[in-house]
Design a protein around this ligand. Structure first.
Ligand SMILES: Cc1cc2nc3c(=O)[nH]c(=O)nc-3n(C[C@H](O)[C@H](O)[C@H](O)COP(=O)(O)O)c2cc1C
Length: 390
């Protein structure tokens, strides 16, 4: 089974990601992994940190002579900012006078709940791990999952649907999303340039006022064969796995598959994707009138594009802070502020791509098995042949 975990704090020495269960013989393109890391650092509305760091994957294990060898893959991402934090966050006891306390919890962040849970008298250690810096580690191993999926024809990308009050009015075709990713500059990763400008104006407004914004991204998985995931057991349903994977990202507060939200308010006759048998391409000749199901029915991929949306709450660190309480005195004070992003929808989309890719890779390996890529790809081809002859 494909499994992964991460370690590391926002201002610690490094992040580490561990991925096990990847078959042997998968070619690893480190430049691709680094480009994915770069993509996570882009977007209008990011904080100062993105200017001081350019993440680079340092592969410690599991890859030799450019290919996976079936053993666990460990990837290290150095935190360049660590050099400024060695005295504030030492592994050893250090000098308490040099610690950087977070004296008043930020509403919306993990500060208060984390301090209560772990019995800390302030929130420094809480935000160090709760911070979305951690998502960089997921993007590194998500890139490995993407390379795996490519071998069986699957691609995963995202685009931005909403920033603040501005929303793309129309669904976006895969080809447009793919074209968006050829750009070497990322503004808000929106497929419509005019709408993207209006999104930028939304960010400009909160930059001026010291506020923050949320939004919606959509992850699209292209050429997923029918048959990943199953209704047979609750925790094997693909929709449930994807929802948990995307919801696990920092600041994501709702996840939608296909047109899930609008579907709840509409009649069945307008929602369900009627079935025909005239498709000229795809895994079978079965065709659909539209894809409101977002590529999943009964917890199983149905051969259409998988579309998953993540809804982000606004960033909780505000330059014009909200009301809070001092951890020590319990007196009313403004919430703590330290350098922060004001809008992260494009970056969250990239992190969600990683989570979707890791989930699909896990389900693909559950279905096709294999300890080497030769075996996995052979099994995949055998299955797609079976679908053609269905
Ligand atoms: C890519 C990304 C970057 C983020 N950057 C910040 C940030 O700079 N400041 C901040 O307060 N929150 C940021 N967040 C959100 C917090 O990490 C998140 O709100 C916090 O950990 C509490 O978790 P929760 O919102 O899931 O409850 C970011 C989230 C993502 C996905």
């Amino acid at each position: 089974m494909l499994r992964f975990s991460t370690a590391g704090e926002s201002h610690g020495e490094a992040l580490v990601a561990l991925l096990s269960g990847m078959p042997a013989g998968l070619a690893i393109d480190v430049e691709f992994v680094d480009r994915e890391l770069w993509r996570r650092q882009q977007g209008y509305g990011r904080g100062g940190r993105m200017r001081i760091e350019r993440d680079q994957a340092h592969i410690l294990s599991g890859v030799r002579h450019g290919k996976t060898i079936g053993s666990p893959i460990a990837i290290l991402l150095a935190n360049k900012d660590w050099q400024n934090w060695t005295e504030a966050l030492p592994v050893e006891e250090g000098d308490p006078a040099k610690h950087k306390r977070v004296a008043s919890p930020r509403p919306g962040h993990a500060d208060l709940a984390g301090a209560l849970k772990y019995n800390f008298c302030e929130a420094r250690y809480v935000l160090e791990r709760a911070s979305a810096r951690e998502s960089a580690a997921r993007v590194a191993i998500g890139a490995v999952a993407k390379l795996f999926l490519r071998e069986i024809g699957i691609e995963v990308l995202s685009h931005v649907v909403t920033v603040g009050a501005v929303t793309l009015p129309e669904p976006v075709a895969w080809e447009k999303i793919r074209a968006l990713h050829e750009h070497d500059e990322v503004l808000l990763n929106c497929a419509d340039a005019a709408v993207e400008q209006r999104m930028k104006e939304e960010v400009d407004k909160v930059l001026k006022t010291g506020d923050s914004l949320g939004g919606v991204f959509e992850v699209v998985a292209y050429q997923v064969p029918p048959g990943l995931g199953t209704y047979a057991q609750w925790d094997e349903r693909l929709d449930a796995l994807l929802a948990a994977a995307v919801m696990s990202l920092q600041a994501v507060k709702a996840v939608e598959i296909g047109a899930g939200v609008a579907a709840a308010f509409a009649a069945g006759s307008t929602v369900h994707d009627e079935i025909g048998y005239a498709a000229k391409s795809g895994f079978t000749a079965f065709s659909r009138t539209h894809n409101n199901a977002g590529g999943i029915e009964g917890g199983i991929s149905n051969g259409e594009e998988i579309r998953v949306r993540g809804y982000l709450k606004p960033i909780s660190t505000l330059r014009r802070p909200l009301q809070s309480v001092d951890f020590e005195t319990r007196e009313p004070v403004k919430a703590a502020y330290e350098r922060s992003d004001v809008c992260v929808v494009p970056a969250a989309g990239v992190a969600a791509e990683a989570m979707v890719a890791l989930t699909l890779a896990r389900c693909a390996l559950d279905k096709f098995g294999g300890d080497s890529m030769t075996e996995t790809v052979r099994n995949y081809r055998g299955y797609t042949e079976q679908l053609k002859n269905y």
